[in-house]
Design a protein around this ligand. Structure first.
Ligand SMILES: *Cc1c(COP(=O)(O)O)cnc(C)c1O
Length: 338
C-alpha cells in the first residue's frame, strides 16, 4: 500500500527501526527532566536549526499540534486581535479558534497577521515574495502556519516572527508533535503581553525550553523520532530543489498527460499553486471512482477537504515519498479510463 494522503502522510520507513530503538534503549522511559532526555531535546533543537537553516537567534519549542500553536499565538502573542486573510479550510479554522480567544476587531487595531503559507485544503501557497510584501506593509507580528510545507521547501525565516508545523506532513513522522519557531521580537511581544496563565503560555514554554525541558510530560517518542529523522535528512536547499522539481513535474503531468481524463488542476494560477500539495478536480462521481480504482491498485489518494471534499482529490508531494511511488501513481493515472 502506498499513500499520497497529505496528512497524516507517508512516514519514512526508517521510523520503524527508530521506534524500536527508542523502546529497546529505554528512551521512552526516561524521566523528562533527566540529563539523557534533555540531551535529546537539545540535539533535536540543534538539528532543526542546522537542517532547516533556521536563524540562530530564532527560538524553537516543541508542542503537541499545529492547532495548539494557533491557540498559543492567540493567547500569548496577540494583545488585541489577529488578522486572518485566508482562502481555505485551515485558514478559516485558525481564524475561528483565534477569535474564540481574542474576538475580531477592526482591521487597524489588529496586532498579529496570521498567514497559512501552504493551504493544504486546496493546494495553494503564499510565496516568499508575497510574505515579503506583508512584511513591508504590516508593522506588527506575523505568524505563519507552515504545517504542510516546513521541511519540504525552504523559507526566508526573517519574513515572519512565528512559524509552526506539526510533524505528520513534510517531516514524514507520526502525528502528535509540532515544531514552534519564534523570533526575538515574538519573545519580546510575549514578555510585553505577560500572559502566563496556561500550561502552554509561550513564556512558560520558553522558560522550560531554555533548559531543554517541557512544562508537561512530553511526547518523548515523537521527539526522539524527530531527532533521528532530522539526522538522516539532507540540507533544506537540496530538499527544496527536489520538492520543486517534483511539483513542476506533477503540474505538467496533470495538464499534459491527464487531458484525456475528466480531471483538471483545481488551481489555475501557477503562481499560487502549492509545491507540496497538488489538488486535482473533477465531478463528484469521477473523483469517487478514481479514488476507488487507485485503492484497488494499492494507492491511497488524498480526499478533498472542506469545500472541496468531494470534488477534488489531493496528491501529497512530501519528501518521504519516493520517485518509484510517484512513478506508480503517474502510471496508474496515465492509463486511467474514466
Ligand atoms: C494539518 C494541518 C493543520 C492541523 O495540524 P494538527 O497537527 O492536526 O493540529 C493545520 N494547518 C494546516 C495548514 C494543516 O495542513
Amino acid at each position: 500500500m502506498i499513500t499520497f494522503y497529505p496528512g497524516p502522510s507517508k512516514i519514512y520507513p526508517q521510523v520503524a527501526d527508530y521506534a524500536a530503538d527508542a523502546v529497546r534503549q529505554g528512551i521512552v522511559s526516561l524521566n523528562h527532566r533527566s540529563a539523557g532526555f534533555m540531551d535529546i531535546v537539545k540535539e533535536t533543537v540543534r538539528l532543526l536549526h542546522e537542517k532547516l537553516d533556521i536563524p540562530a537567534d530564532y527560538h524553537i519549542a516543541l508542542v503537541s499540534s499545529a492547532t495548539e500553536c494557533w491557540e498559543i499565538v492567540a493567547q500569548s502573542l496577540t494583545a488585541v486581535s489577529s488578522l486572518h486573510p485566508y482562502n481555505g479550510a485551515f485558514g478559516k479554522k485558525w481564524a475561528e479558534y483565534a477569535y474564540k480567544i481574542k474576538p475580531p476587531v477592526s482591521l487597524s487595531d489588529a496586532d498579529v497577521l496570521c498567514i497559512v503559507q501552504n493551504e493544504t485544503s486546496n493546494g495553494t501557497q503564499v510565496s516568499m515574495d508575497t510574505l515579503a510584501q506583508f512584511r513591508r506593509d504590516f508593522s506588527a507580528l506575523i505568524a505563519v502556519d507552515a504545517v504542510s510545507s516546513m521541511a519540504g521547501v525552504k523559507f526566508d525565516w526573517s519574513l515572519a516572527d512565528v512559524w509552526f508545523a506539526s510533524v505528520q506532513k513534510c517531516f514524514g513522522l507520526p502525528a502528535g508533535l509540532a515544531v514552534l519557531v519564534y523570533s526575538p521580537s515574538a519573545l519580546k511581544r510575549a514578555e510585553e503581553i505577560g500572559e502566563n496563565v496556561h500550561y502552554n503560555s509561550l513564556l512558560f514554554i520558553h522558560e522550560n525550553f531554555s533548559k531543554f525541558q517541557t512544562p508537561y510530560t512530553p511526547n518523548g517518542l515523537g521527539i526522539y523520532l524527530l531527532m533521528r529523522v532530522l539526522q538522516q535528512l539532507p540540507a533544506i536547499d537540496l530538499v527544496d530543489e527536489i520538492t520543486k522539481r517534483r511539483a513542476t513535474d506533477w503540474y505538467t503531468f496533470v495538464e499534459k498527460e491527464m487531458s484525456a481524463t475528466p480531471f483538471r488542476l483545481l488551481i489555475n494560477d501557477p503562481a499560487t499553486r502549492s509545491d507540496t500539495v497538488i489538488a486535482v478536480q473533477g465531478d463528484e462521481q469521477e473523483v469517487a471512482n478514481v479514488k476507488k480504482a487507485a485503492q484497488q491498485k494499492g494507492i491511497t489518494l488524498g480526499n478533498g477537504y472542506g469545500a472541496w471534499k468531494s470534488t477534488t482529490f489531493r496528491i501529497a508531494n512530501f519528501p518521504a515519498i519516493t520517485d518509484e511511488e510517484i512513478g506508480t501513481l503517474t502510471q496508474f493515472l496515465r492509463s486511467y479510463q474514466a
